[in-house]
Design a protein around this ligand. Structure first.
Ligand code: HEC
Ligand code: HEC
Length: 329
């Protein structure tokens, strides 16, 4: 008995050692992220809050002093605006400036279908929304793509809604009136589908694929999808990948930090930062899990039963062994 316990202790010790020290160390060494100059990047998650610290650190690494100053000023203004008290009624009137483009008509503007904003106050972070209205390219951290950031497809908003109080008002309006319960599917449709198809859910950049009675209609739809994808590709440089399997292909840490700031993981990537709040991210992730791993829930529910079975089985086996040995003595 004593000998067996000693063997068990040794096994447990080495398992814990591997799990807590060796594995994380190997992971860290093998997945090291470095920038173009070989400096190690520390990719942390900030819990989906946006204050520009990653952007400023990136600008500093690039050694461009003017860019550093621009980024610092920009995010300082965002924090100032976030302290203003927004007026929901005035904000509703300001929102008319947005509704010209965000009109729910699924039209492509400058490369992507303009997203629906029905749950914008729920799925996006407040500071991010402020930054987005101040300058969409800066907020999305894709300003490096533009000589003049007002060339971004939503860039003209800088001129139409330029007053800080107006920005605070329209954001207050969204946080209050565009913030109803959102389903995982709605969150995905509003935040990601304009760029990423989801084959397993029969979703393309045009949204859900309807079922067609006639082959001719199905083909006509396919052509529309191809045309839409060509526009997205022209805007992004390449067609964003289908995300059906992403939940299995990548770690949770990668997905979270990539969505929070794509430039942090893939410097120079054309994917914009989307500005999700924690809740918005959780919903999107739930939808991606449902698409890529539909049996996950059932599997997890089965787990405790299997463990329970093993415990009962072990007790029975032990009792049986004891009774057998008693007779032998
Ligand atoms: C000139 C047309 C236009 C106007 C005006 C406009 N938008 Fe947009 N908006 C767009 C386009 C196009 C996109 C998608 C851009 C992309 O994905 O690169 C977008 C994206 C967004 C997003 C999603 C951002 C993200 O990072 O995922 C939000 C939120 C948004 N707009 C809010 C607003 C608000 C609020 C206003 C008014 C204050 C507004 N927009 C005015 C065209 C416009
Ligand atoms: C305006 C277009 C656009 C939007 C909106 C967008 N993405 Fe992307 N995304 C891209 C592009 C382009 C790439 C390819 C990046 C590259 O390879 O440089 C990409 C890549 C990715 C990748 C990396 C895939 C891989 O295999 O490495 C993930 C994960 C991802 N996007 C998730 C999301 C999620 C989740 C959303 C919604 C919250 C989203 N994206 C919204 C354009 C977009």
């Amino acid at each position: 008995m004593y000998r067996e316990l000693k063997v068990l202790a040794v096994v447990v010790f080495f398992s814990l050692l591997t799990y807590y020290l060796v594995e994380p160390y190997a992971h860290h060494e093998m997945h090291k992220k470095v920038d173009a100059n070989g400096t190690e990047l520390v990719i942390e998650s900030h819990g989906f809050t946006y204050d520009g610290r990653d952007d400023i650190a990136e600008a500093k690494r690039s050694g461009n002093e003017t860019l550093v100053a621009t980024k610092i000023d920009f995010w300082k203004d965002v924090v100032e605006i976030s302290k203003l008290e927004g007026d929901v009624t005035t904000g509703e009137a300001v929102f008319a400036n947005c509704a010209g483009c965000h009109n729910g008509m699924s039209m492509n503007m400058g490369g992507v279908i303009v997203p629906n904003l029905d749950h914008a106050g729920r799925i996006y972070d407040k500071n991010y929304l402020i930054a987005l209205i101040k300058d969409p390219a800066m907020a999305s951290n894709v300003d490096h793509k533009y000589a003049d950031t007002s060339m971004h497809p939503m860039g003209s908003i800088k001129f139409t809604v330029s007053d800080n109080q107006q920005i605070a008002d329209v954001v207050a309006y969204m946080l209050e009136k565009k913030a109803e319960e959102v389903t995982p599917k709605e969150a995905y449709e509003e935040a990601c589908v304009r760029c990423h198809a989801l084959r397993y859910k029969k979703m393309t950049q045009l949204g859900d694929t309807p079922t067609f009675k006639h082959k001719k209609d199905a083909l006509a739809h396919e052509i529309k999808v191809i045309e839409e994808q060509e526009k997205v590709q022209a805007y992004m440089g390449n067609l964003p990948p289908d995300l059906s399997m992403i939940i299995r292909a990548r770690s949770a840490h990668f997905l979270e930090t990539f969505v929070a700031n794509p430039q942090g993981q893939l410097p120079g990537t054309s994917m914009p930062r989307v500005g999700l709040s924690q809740e918005g991210y959780d919903k999107v992730k739930a939808y991606l899990t449902e698409a890529g791993d539909p049996s996950k829930k059932a599997r997890e529910e089965l787990g405790p039963w299997v463990i329970g079975f093993f415990i009962i089985f072990t007790i029975l086996a032990y009792l049986w062994k004891k009774s057998m040995w008693r007779d032998l003595h």
